[in-house]
Design a protein around this ligand. Structure first.
Ligand code: PMP
Ligand code: GLN
Length: 390
């Protein structure tokens, strides 16, 4: 089997949770509600018969809503016609961008750890992924701008950025974004930026900034987002990419032959939700911030050492206090020991030996009752014996 089509860690861990009846804090699949108006708009669209192919670029209302959103929030001005493309989730936007812009012999530069679609997308296109480690600093991660610079070669075609970041929960700082932007301008790199967690930031002073908004970056950047995380609708798989017409056209050419188009009744309904996103996002942030705190307390109460989670769905914990040096062994034992499933952070690593192999990723995008129950189980598991790598 080609490495590009191995079973993903999410499929594997979700199946483990199903088999063992454990609480699934592995895959980032929300247990939270979607905006009620969005649900009724989708139902109405289905019943009104909006069930055939949409235009390949996406329904005009959604392209207009994405353009207006980028303008309102970030001062960016994509044209709805030609500079915005609706995709089947962020995943298709990423794969189409990799396939459109890279091929065998090219290098795709990113930061490690990273979301699994980047190495898989690189393998599909035949390019090599060069992943530069983020530096683990205290209870967080930082960019090593010199290491990133040193990793650029004449074959580097793309720099793939993800902020807010999965799996670390890091929001890249203004100084880090400026350093990345400077490097891209200097070395004439195209940027693909994955911003699916753009509305899910939890710390004052750490709001999301798209790298496309930095000087000289719009013309070289494809910005990707999705309705999945913003509206707790990960199963709908409606995403979008915006950027200069020449880059969006290249992505569109590939996307046509992956799915052509999808999600007609969802697209117009999501346009309405995106036009009114701010109050919704504020309440979702409050829920997720409280969930993050609940999970962090639960992890600490069970004797694990939670890291900082500034954004997104995930928190890392150092599992050494339970006697494990390796997150994989911990995750293998966890369903039997505590009735919980989590994912070893090293599953997201693609460069050399993992300097922090004891980190494990837990999601907090579940209902508070599930997180409380998981905390109880973890506390009981802390007392249980028999870790496999002691
Ligand atoms: N990028 C990141 C960083 C993610 O965590 C995810 C997970 N959903 C995706 C992309 C995929 O988004 P979508 O479900 O819209 O394809
Ligand atoms: N983005 C989700 C995560 O990181 C999962 C997406 C998937 O299952 N492909 O957990």
């Amino acid at each position: 089997m080609s490495r590009a089509i191995e079973t993903s860690i999410f499929t594997e861990m979700t199946e483990l949770a199903r088999r063992t009846g454990a609480i699934n804090l592995g895959q980032g699949v929300p247990e939270l509600d979607s905006p009620p108006a969005l649900l009724s708009d989708v139902s109405a669209a289905v019943l009104a018969g909006h069930n055939q192919y949409p235009p390949a670029f996406g329904v005009p209302e959604l392209r207009e809503a994405v353009a207006a959103h980028q303008r309102r929030h970030y001062g960016l001005g994509p044209e709805p016609d030609g500079e915005v493309l609706v995709t089947t989730g962020a995943t298709e936007a990423l794969a189409s961008a990799f396939l459109a812009l890279t091929g065998p012999g090219d290098e795709i530069l990113t930061l490690d750890p990273c979301y699994d679609a980047y190495p898989a997308g690189a393998r599909l296109s035949g390019a090599s992924l060069v992943a530069v480690p983020l530096v683990s600093e205290g209870e967080g991660f930082a960019l090593d701008a010199d290491a990133l610079r040193a990793a650029v070669t004449p074959r580097t075609r793309l720099l793939v950025l993800n902020t807010p970041h999965n799996p670390t929960g890091k929001v890249f700082t203004a100084a880090e974004l400026a350093a990345i932007a400077e490097l891209c301008r200097e070395r004439d790199l195209t940027v693909v930026t994955d911003e699916v967690y753009e509305h899910l930031t939890y710390e004052d002073g750490l709001a999301h900034t798209p790298i496309a908004a930095l000087p000289g970056m719009w013309e070289r950047t494809l910005t990707i987002s999705s309705a999945g995380k913003t509206f707790n609708a990960t199963g709908w798989k409606v995403g979008w990419v915006s950027g200069p017409a020449r880059l969006v056209a290249a992505v569109t050419a590939v996307k046509q032959f992956l799915t052509y188009a999808s999600g007609t009744p969802y697209q117009a309904a999501i346009a309405g939700a995106l036009n009114a996103v701010e109050p919704w996002a504020a309440s979702l942030r409050a829920t997720l911030r409280a969930n993050r705190d609940l999970l962090a307390e639960g992890l600490a109460g069970a004797g694990l050492r939670p890291y900082r989670a500034e954004s997104g769905y995930f928190i890392q914990a150092d599992v050494r206090p339970w006697g494990y040096a390796d997150g994989h062994a911990f995750c293998r034992d966890l369903p039997a020991r505590a009735g919980v499933v989590a994912i070893p952070t090293s599953a997201f690593r693609h460069a050399g030996p993992d300097p922090v192999p004891w980190l494990v990723r837990f999601t907090f995008c579940r209902r508070a009752e599930s997180l409380r129950e998981a905390a109880k189980r973890l506390a009981a598991g802390a007392a249980a014996a028999a870790p496999s790598d002691r």
